[in-house]
Design a protein around this ligand. Structure first.
Ligand code: GRF
Length: 186
């Protein structure tokens, strides 16, 4: 069974959803959470779910081989980014070719790139007067949000839509599709 490491910097609701899905559908195992933020909601979730956490600082990802060493020693097969805000270094992409997948809360290539994350994305989508938004699940390459797209799902934007209400819709799409799309890759 493929062993997954989830990289997450924030609330971690997608990570938890993936954990529950793969606990039920025994196609893959969530073996490790990698987090760079001591304040992140994902930490309490991981503790409740009994998933080991590796808390990293910038040096452990970019200068040293701390992350690679853990991934290798825990026999991790796939990396899933679920709200991870740091850029993935090339050495990691080389170690996991076509085995790093990210989820982004817009219809890429629109509203992607550096600094485009979380509510900033939804605020920009609303400000631009878009009539639809959605999610993109894609492979990770050296450029933020530019790797090959694997899957997209769309939702309409209503006249009275706010960034908050859009964020809720997008999260629902993520919970519904992300586990199944990953399962189709493993
Ligand atoms: C999701 O909207 C995802 O698309 C983006 O970051 C958000 C993470 O949300 N990459 P959560 O931490 O899983 O609740």
């Amino acid at each position: 069974m493929p062993r997954i490491a989830i990289f997450a910097s924030g609330n971690g609701s997608n990570a938890e959803n993936l954990f529950h899905y793969f606990s039920q559908h025994k196609i893959a195992e969530i073996s490790l959470i990698i987090c760079n933020n001591l304040q992140a909601g994902i930490l309490a979730r991981a503790q409740n779910l009994g998933i080991p956490v590796l808390l990293i600082h910038k040096n452990s990802l970019y200068q040293q081989n701390v992350v690679e060493n853990w991934l290798i020693s825990l026999k991790i097969d796939w990396i899933v980014l679920a709200g991870f805000l740091w850029k993935i270094p090339e050495k990691l992409i080389a170690l996991y070719p076509k085995k790093i997948v990210n989820i982004h809360p817009s219809l890429l290539p629109k509203y992607g790139g550096k600094g485009m994350y979380g509510m900033r994305v939804h605020e920009a989508v609303i400000a631009a007067g878009e009539t639809e938004s959605g999610i993109s699940i894609h492979f990770v390459n050296e450029a933020y949000d530019e790797g090959a797209i694997i899957f997209q799902a769309r939702c309409p934007i209503e006249m009275d839509e706010t960034a908050d209400s859009l964020a809720r819709k997008i999260h629902q799409l993520e919970y519904e599709h992300f586990p199944k799309v990953l399962a189709s890759l493993f």
